[in-house]
Design a protein around this ligand. Structure first.
Ligand code: ADP
Ligand code: MG
Length: 598
């Protein structure tokens, strides 16, 4: 049967749009909260029943809506936030599509009461499944209160996709947490079934807000991070190397105070933590990025958690550098002690290759969109007013003070279990894992060597010649350049045989053949396909491990003092290249508590 073309009814188009905007109760909570914040609210209370599946109410003390506008607010594409196309690239508000209220009201029953401060009385409107039921004058305080119920009643398929109430409530709380972190001045209360479950006062400091929302432990185990490059700024807190998570849920990214999920930012953070925390573990972070609104496209996805950056590279580099800088000085766990680094010179060289890789992947899923993005943004470069100042986010970050610890001046007390070096420093007892410490030192030296100065290399009196399987042989040949950078000379000798002529001096005790054999074995099939930068990273970590003093090895006091000096001179000395701690400390307080003196 040939079917005719018709224009869809308003009700139907609103329902279709609702499919994108309203996925679950948490999406409603997010949209209502954002509307309240856009209206300048400083005090918002939220009520949820059955995890938002039954009932959602949001009451704000914002600017309110004029009685003539209240019905319009429920029309699709009705907004007070942008008036012309170019405004889209200057938006500072959360909303701008004018879709949320229309979408929400198309799949539920919404009751809204609102008053502006100029009006003596307010207006109440009831909209059910997209149809306005009544509009009447009502007495109400300045601001807006909006209740939503019968969610998805008219769309049973959607209802089926909802999870258990408790899980839906979790999603709602996630949405509220994200907003609480980015709006310090906001007082927020949340109640479920008449019981208050969250009550946070306005805060002055981000650290205070984080403690209230994410827990005091999060704050205690974080260091502050900040960075600026051109018009881009970064501020926030990141977890110390000693605290890592099994998933990436504790990574909060904000762009101009908008919570985003962004592959590039994720990648930047993971790059900065690479070889600092264990593989397959994740750091925690709350990071605020500020950039000129015209340098970011927020109009990528209806739920607005995705953004596109005009200069992804600049941003990526800045984030990696700022985090590495903060981490290079961080102690693994407590905030009582950290290393001081006489000269801050970081091993930033090998991450450039990773940037290329990340940017490639960033650009990949864009396809046509990217072209559009460049058309809208890319060409405007010249006529943009050059002197314009970056909008700085209103987040204040008070750095957590770090007391510095130097090993070369610490008092060395001795070695225990042939493995741990014991120091007394300031008010603390410090244990150092000699293998982990030496490993980190060698790793940093290798990284440095590969970029500028050479490591001491040792010529073999008798070059060692041996053959490899064709597979291993070609892989080894791929890595020759990395070896060369660190003074290891490996050459093709004919057929599938290779000759090793020199090794880094710190590896000279080890047989060259054994070293190479262990090396090729350590790379799995998948790892052999890694990027050059990642391969180099793994090679260095592997060689550092091979060359480092082992556990159960006596160290002379001269060796210990050499180790201390090196430890003071390198960044990231808190963990070994596999992410294990290099040292732990016990403060006088800790010890007194152990003896129950306190
Ligand atoms: P958008 O936020 O994209 O503009 P919405 O559908 O969410 O679209 O809201 C439509 C309009 O209704 C807003 O532009 C705003 O003018 C008004 N509005 C909605 N909620 C509130 C509120 N809590 N306080 C004041 N005005 C509101
Ligand atoms: Mg909105």
């Amino acid at each position: 049967m040939l079917r005719r073309v018709v224009v869809l009814s308003k009700e139907l188009t609103n329902k279709i749009a609702a499919g994108e905007v309203v996925e679950r109760p948490a999406s409603i909570v997010k949209e209502l909260m954002e509307n309240a914040l856009d209206a300048g609210a400083t005090d918002i209370s939220v009520e949820l029943e059955r995890g938002g599946c039954g009932f959602i109410k949001v009451v704000d003390n914002g600017a309110g809506i004029h009685s003539e506008d209240i019905a319009l607010a429920f029309e699709r594409y009705a907004t007070s936030k942008i008036y012309e196309f170019d405004d889209l690239y200057r938006v500072r508000s959360f909303g701008f599509r004018g879709e949320a209220l229309a979408s929400i009201a198309s799949i539920s029953r919404v009751e809204m009461a609102s008053r502006t401060k100029e009006d003596i009385s307010g207006t109440r409107i009831i909209v059910e499944n997209g149809k306005v039921q009544e509009i009447i004058a009502t007495g109400c305080p300045v601001g807006t209160s909006i209740s939503v119920d019968r969610i998805f009643d008219a769309v049973p398929v959607r209802k089926k996709f909802l999870k258990r109430d408790l899980i839906e409530q979790g999603y709602c709380m996630d949405a509220l947490t994200r907003l609480a972190l980015s709006h310090l001045g906001l007082r927020m209360r949340v109640a479920t079934h008449g019981r208050e479950i969250l009550n946070i006062p306005a805060s002055k400091e981000l650290s205070e807000r984080i403690s209230l929302v994410l827990g005091a432990e999060f704050m205690e185990q974080s260091v502050s991070v900040s960075g600026t490059r051109e018009k881009v700024t970064l501020q926030g807190f990141i977890s110390r190397p000693g605290l890592s998570k099994s998933n990436a849920k504790q990574l909060y990214f904000y762009v101009n105070r908008r919570f985003v999920k962004d592959y590039l930012l994720n990648h930047a953070v993971m790059t900065a933590y690479k070889r600092i925390i264990e593989a397959r573990r994740y750091p925690a972070a709350v990071l605020f990025i500020g950039l000129p609104p015209e340098d970011v496209d927020v109009n990528v996805h209806p739920a607005k958690m995705e953004v596109r950056f005009r200069n992804p590279r600049e941003l990526y580099e800045m984030v990696v550098e700022a985090i590495m800088e903060a981490l290079s000085q961080a102690s693994p766990i407590s905030d009582k002690i950290s290393f001081s680094i006489p000269e801050k010179k970081m091993g930033l060289d090998d991450y450039h290759a990773r940037i290329e890789e990340a940017l490639r992947r960033y650009a990949l899923p864009l396809g046509k969109e990217k072209l559009l993005f460049e058309q809208s943004f890319g060409k405007k470069e010249d006529d943009r007013n050059a002197g314009e100042k970056t909008e700085t986010t209103i987040i204040t970050v008070k750095p957590v003070a770090e007391v510095s610890l130097r090993f070369s001046t610490a008092e060395y007390l001795g070695q225990i279990f042939g493995t741990y070096l014991v120091f007394s420093e300031h008010d603390a007892l410090v244990l150092v894992d000699q293998h982990a410490a030496h490993e980190r030192i060698l790793f940093e030296q290798l990284k440095k060597a590969s970029s500028n100065e050479r490591v001491a290399s040792q010529r073999l009196l008798i070059p060692e010649v041996f053959s490899l399987s064709p597979r291993d042989f070609s892989f080894l040949m791929d890595c020759v350049a990395c070896f060369e950078e660190i003074g290891m000379e490996v050459e093709h000798f004919g057929g599938d045989t290779v000759v090793v002529k020199a090794t880094p001096a710190f590896l000279s005790q080890l047989g060259a053949k054994e070293l190479i054999m262990d090396f090729v074995e350590a790379f799995s099939e998948a790892e052999r396909k890694m990027s050059l930068a990642d391969k180099r990273d793994k090679i260095f970590a592997l060689l550092a491990c091979k060359g480092a003093v082992k556990a159960n090895q006596r160290l002379s006091s001269a060796e210990v003092s050499e180790l201390c000096k090196s430890l003071d001179a390198i960044p990231f000395s808190a963990t070994c290249p596999h992410g294990r701690p290099v040292w732990v400390s016990f403060s006088g307080n800790d010890i007194e508590r152990m003896f129950k003196r306190k």
